[in-house]
Ligand binder design. Structure first.
Ligand code: VGL
Ligand code: ZN
Length: 198
């Protein structure tokens, strides 16, 4: 069993009705549950922010959600408050099967830095520990699904490919935010990094 299914951020705030809703975010839940049955390992990620997280526009005087800003680690989109740890919005979509998950990895829990990728925070160097977990289980092949295609799925897939994993993104089981062409840029960037897009 050298393959894993990586389910990115299928949480209430990224689904219709949530504070950072991704169109059709709930449509992928049944298909993801079905994929879990055949996976050698199942890992869920959970976006998990303190209420005063620096990626929230509400923490920046005079800034609005979806503005771009500069952080010490590089450019950062400012988001509506979302996935505040312990809140209903941070919980997984109620239809997602969480019992089959071997590991739930939380990310974005440090106030001063965002973490789109399941592998590294947005400085591209602070590890989440997921690489070590997968390697110590002998996992080499990853299938990625979830939300959002152009942010957390994209960053996770590109990092995984750079780390040497064999990565496939199932776009039918992902949905995008698509800010200013971010979806097209993400698809191009993933392909460039050697990610298989199906
Ligand atoms: C995400 C924006 C902010 C994602 C997380 O899961 O793609 N996007 N936090
Ligand atoms: Zn977030």
């Amino acid at each position: 069993m050298t393959d894993a299914l990586i389910v990115i951020d299928v949480q209430n705030d990224f689904c219709p009705g949530g504070s950072l809703a991704v169109a059709g975010g709930d449509e992928i839940v049944d298909g993801i549950n079905a994929l879990m049955l055949a996976a050698g390992a199942v890992v869920l990620t959970q976006d998990w922010h303190p209420g005063d997280h620096s990626s929230f526009a509400s923490q920046h005087e005079g800034r609005a959600p979806f503005d771009l800003t500069e952080m010490p680690y590089g450019p950062q989109v400012l988001w509506p408050d979302h996935c505040v740890w312990g809140s209903e919005g941070a919980q997984f979509h109620p239809g997602l099967h969480i019992d089959p998950a071997d590991l739930i990895i939380r990310k974005g829990f440090r106030r001063e830095i965002d973490s789109y990728s399941a592998f590294f925070e947005n400085d591209h160097k602070t590890p989440t520990g997921l690489e070590g977990y997968l390697r110590s289980r002998g996992i080499i092949t990853l299938t990625m699904v979830g939300l959002a295609t152009d942010f957390c799925v994209n960053f996770s897939a590109v990092d995984a490919a750079k780390l040497g994993f064999d990565v496939t993104v199932r776009t039918d089981l992902c949905r995008a935010i698509d800010l200013d062409g971010s979806l097209a840029a993400a698809i191009a960037g993933m392909a460039e990094a050697g990610v298989k897009i199906v």
